[in-house]
Write a protein that binds this ligand. Structure first.
Ligand code: S3P
Length: 176
């Protein structure tokens, strides 16, 4: 696992695709640290994400998020779980490309909707138009997730998703 040993493994994908759960399992398997950009932002700001969005707006959150990614990628190779919108900034891609193997956890939209029903901690989904906005975001984001180095079908139990990533890495991963 030459490539994997030098680089971070960065999990990307839409809200509810399992980045945090899979990331923890993968970190255990690889004997690496686990970092989550959402948690890094919350710890740095001292507020939960919905409060940051409500008080400072999305752009401020995105700035914190990019800073969290810079911090995470400057450390020893880890498994990094990223927020669903991190892929919207080109500067984040530059960092991912320099330091990480990016892995897209690919989950169909209808499964995402089932998983996200009742999610109160994701400000972008709140309100009467939450469903339409979620669909629009999914459509908008899909081409960005497709830029990932590795695509993994993630409509499976988390341990099977982690296992699938391990297999691809063990198989001398060379690209999608
Ligand atoms: C967001 C996804 C969330 C969090 C924030 C914004 C997005 O992370 O970063 O609510 O823009 O898709 P998860 O993907 O971990 O839910």
């Amino acid at each position: 696992m030459v490539i994997a040993s030098r680089r971070h493994i960065a999990l990307i994908g839409f809200m509810g695709c399992g980045k945090t759960t899979v990331g923890r399992l993968l970190a255990q398997e690889l004997g690496r640290g686990f970092l989550d950009t959402d948690r890094l932002v919350e710890t740095h700001v001292g507020q939960p994400i919905p409060v940051i969005f409500a008080g400072q707006g999305e752009q401020a959150f995105r700035d914190y998020e990019s800073e969290a990614l810079r911090h995470a990628t400057s450390r020893a190779p880890a498994v990094i779980s990223t927020g669903g919108g991190l892929v919207t900034r080109e500067e984040n891609w530059a960092l991912l490309q320099d330091t990480a193997i990016s892995v897209w956890l690919k989950v169909p939209f209808d499964v995402i909707v089932q998983r996200l029903q009742g999610s109160l901690d994701r400000p972008l989904l709140q309100g009467d138009t939450g469903f339409e906005r979620t669909r629009a975001l999914y459509t908008q984001r899909e081409p960005l997730y497709q830029r990932a180095d590795m695509w993994i079908d993630a409509d499976l139990a988390p341990h099977r998703v982690a296992q699938a990533i391990m297999e691809r890495l063990r198989g001398g991963f060379q690209g999608r």
